[in-house]
Design a protein around this ligand. Structure first.
Ligand code: AR6
Length: 170
């Protein structure tokens, strides 16, 4: 599995699957989540609504992942995962690692060959970039075996500082 880094907008990536840093409601939000629904169109939220009704009446639990169509985006699928809100009192890095692990497991089950991740948790959910990057890189490296079809994992960092931090972590 190759791990690559780009600075840019995840909604523009030509990969099989992009990962959304969602929240449990699956009903959209700000940050990456907002950009994905805005650029991907209404098909994504419609499928999220069906998932809520059929499987996730109480919401998608933190650390889990589920796929939908990518609507109008260049990708085929959006894999929605819910990061933990950062806490200065409790180590929640295992839940953050689970987001990467579970997203890759879902990508593997779809047969995706390329997957793009944002820096989950490092925006509205408050993770320091260095911690978010370390957890992300370790979790992806440890998950290669559970996603045999995935040949490329691309971290897509919106800002130059995030790019530099992921570069250092790699
Ligand atoms: N492409 C790539 N990265 C982006 C983009 C983009 N288009 N837009 C922002 N980022 P965040 P979280 C970066 O806040 O911290 C939502 O309301 C951003 O700079 O999107 O997991 C959800 O509904 C940051 O480094 O996700 C949840 O309620 C990183 O993506 C909550 O935010 C993650 O920031 C999730 O918070």
């Amino acid at each position: 599995m190759d791990i690559t880094l780009v600075q840019g907008d995840i909604t523009k990536q030509e990969v099989d699957a992009i990962v959304n840093a969602a929240n449990s409601s699956l009903m959209g939000g700000g940050g990456v989540d907002g950009a994905i629904h805005r650029n991907g169109g209404p098909e994504i939220i419609e499928e999220c609504r069906r998932l809520r009704a059929s499987q996730y009446g109480r919401g998608l639990p933190t650390g889990e992942a589920v796929a939908t169509t990518a609507g109008r985006l260049p990708a085929r699928w959006v894999i929605h995962t819910v990061g933990p809100v950062h806490s200065p009192f409790e180590d929640r890095s295992e839940l953050l690692a689970s987001c990467y692990r579970e997203s890759l497991r879902v990508a593997g089950s779809l047969g995706a060959e390329s997957v793009a991740f944002p820096a989950i948790g490092t925006g509205i959910f408050g993770w320091p970039l260095a911690d978010g990057a370390r957890v992300a890189v370790d979790a992806v490296r440890a998950s290669a075996a559970s996603a045999a079809s995935v040949a490329e994992v691309r971290f897509v960092l919106f800002e130059a500082t995030a790019y530099a931090t992921f570069e250092a972590a790699l």
